[in-house]
Design a protein. Structure first.
Length: 232
């Protein structure tokens, strides 16, 4: 089970805690940390089975900080675009945001059938309905948890597809949510939905789609207040 985190030094602690929560319930997890900063070796030894990916920042030069839209979100959010390229040796990988907490076995998600899609993800909270309406698409996923099928994405030059088409997002009148908007805008026909229990945002509205607390497999603490991670 290949698990990926992308972060800078400010989010390292959250990434480490999230990875530990995954490891607790999924002993076969191998972690890939996309980070160009130096990391404490003792922490990595404790977690075990971790590989650091030193990616090339210049590959993301066109995606600037001002595209993020939120002060607490850094340019690092775009690094997830590079996951299939740098993990080209793998068949698939599960990307997780650093502010997620795993509460159980996630093998059902990891082994889900892609059915000719690139990405498996979870529909977003209520605001996602507005984004989907703006795009003219059926649904809009939250990009904090995404399963990638790597060979297919690389064979069909997914990164080139992003760079060719992403600027169309800039003309949209509603909120531009950085990488998330780009992924939904470019790949909406290549995304398969799975239950929100695998990416359930803490204390956020899911009108008519609420998931019981005991059924949630991955909590996602969106927003700037990460103290809520302690409550998951």
């Amino acid at each position: 089970m290949n698990i990926v985190y992308c972060f800078d030094e400010n989010y390292y602690k959250y990434a480490l805690d999230s990875a530990k929560s995954v490891k607790k319930y999924n002993k076969n997890a191998k972690f890939y940390f996309f980070c160009i900063s130096e990391l404490p070796k003792d922490d990595l030894i404790e977690l075990g089975n971790v590989e650091i990916i030193k990616y090339d920042e210049s590959e993301l030069a066109e995606f600037t900080k001002d595209l993020c839209g939120y002060k607490h979100v850094s340019k690092t959010c775009f690094v997830r675009f590079l996951v299939p390229k740098y993990l080209s040796f793998a068949d698939k990988a599960l990307y997780l945001d650093c502010d997620t907490v795993c509460k159980g076995d996630i093998s059902e998600l990891y082994n889900a059938d892609f059915e000719n899609n690139y990405i498996i993800g979870c529909r977003g909270i209520d605001y996602a309905n507005k984004q989907a309406e703006e795009f003219g698409i059926e649904y809009y996923i939250n990009s904090g948890v995404m399963l990638f099928i790597i060979p297919k994405m690389n064979n069909e030059k997914y990164l080139a597809q992003i760079k060719k088409s992403w600027r169309g997002c800039l003309g949209l009148p509603r909120v531009f949510s950085a990488d998330e908007t780009i992924i939904n805008y470019v790949f909406h026909k290549k995304i398969k939905l799975i239950s929100e229990k695998y990416n359930y945002c803490y204390n956020r509205p899911y009108t008519g789609r609420e998931v019981a607390k005991e059924d949630v497999k991955i909590w996602h603490v969106t927003g700037s207040n990460k103290d809520n991670l302690k409550l998951c």
